[in-house]
Design a protein around this ligand. Structure first.
Ligand SMILES: [Zn+2]
Length: 276
């Protein structure tokens, strides 16, 4: 099985980027996911590496951000990046944090999700097999991003992000649109029993997200696991990009496909028009 997904591949000035159709419909938003194409990095980072601190030169990563932002319609000065460590801390950011983690240093640690209701604050989420989640409150015009690897998934970061938006912005889960970006699919995410047990132990995830193989390993559907957690939290509108990183290592960054010798992808979500 090969997932090429239902995401839309766009291109501008030789720089490809991916859109989720349901987010493109939200004219108050701009969003995009990077691929591994269209950048200036070389070697194992070739070429659109948007991950700082992976061994690539910071100059190359910055130039990649400039190119990606120019192509996908973002201002690099508005980007705010997280400091992801597979936990579930969600941070509310605003105008004062613009640039943090990209053109300025990051003043925080252990942040796997960002939320805002301010215009022109572009939230970044990194991934390379892990699941990037985008959240849009279509009534209050608030947004969020979250990083859900398998640890974040079983720790229910998807529901924690919904809760943070409820608390901060009065978001009703039924008014949320959630997008699941490029990440490792059910076709490729194989785990050993100790990891599978964590999924079995998570009350919000049902066993139909998992298949036990004859070799004793398990295949896990991280997309559906996150979707179940979201539905149990009251979210009704969920769009799965279904674009598997591991199946498409020429187009997307995959940690497993490269044995960790790789660059990083970034998903960006930004409010371009504030609520009336
Ligand atoms: Zn796959």
């Amino acid at each position: 099985m090969r997932h090429t997904g239902n995401m839309v591949m766009c291109e501008n000035d030789g720089v490809p980027f991916l859109h989720l159709p349901s987010f493109t419909e939200q004219k108050w938003l701009n969003h995009a996911f990077s691929t591994r194409l269209g950048g200036v990095s070389t070697g194992i980072y070739s070429s659109m590496n948007l991950g700082f601190g992976r061994g690539d030169s910071d100059d190359n990563v910055l130039e990649n951000y400039r190119r990606f932002c120019a192509a996908a319609g973002f201002d690099i000065h508005n980007l705010v990046a997280t400091a992801q460590t597979h936990k579930t801390e969600i941070l509310r950011v605003g105008e004062a944090e613009r640039g943090a983690g990209i053109i300025k240093s990051k003043p925080w640690h252990d942040i796997d999700g960002l939320i805002t209701n301010e215009k022109n604050v572009a939230l970044c989420v990194y991934s390379a097999d892990c699941v990037p989640l985008l959240f849009a409150d279509t009534v209050h015009h608030a947004i969020g991003v979250a990083h859900a690897g398998w640890r974040g998934t079983v720790a229910e970061i998807a529901a924690v992000t919904v809760g943070a938006m409820q608390r901060e912005f009065g978001t009703q889960p039924s008014e949320l649109l959630v997008g699941i970006g490029p990440s490792i699919g059910p076709c490729c995410f194989e785990v050993d029993t100790p990891v599978a047990k964590q999924f079995l132990d998570c009350p919000e995830i049902s066993e139909n997200c998992m298949v036990k193989k004859e070799n004793g390993k398990w295949m896990i559907d991280l997309w559906e696991a996150n979707a179940q957690i979201l539905r149990n939290a009251g979210v009704q509108k969920i769009e799965k990009g279904e674009f598997c990183t591991r199946c498409n290592p020429d187009t997307l960054w995959s940690h497993r496909a490269t044995d960790g010798k790789r660059g990083g992808a970034c998903g960006i979500l930004c409010i371009q028009e504030a609520a009336e």
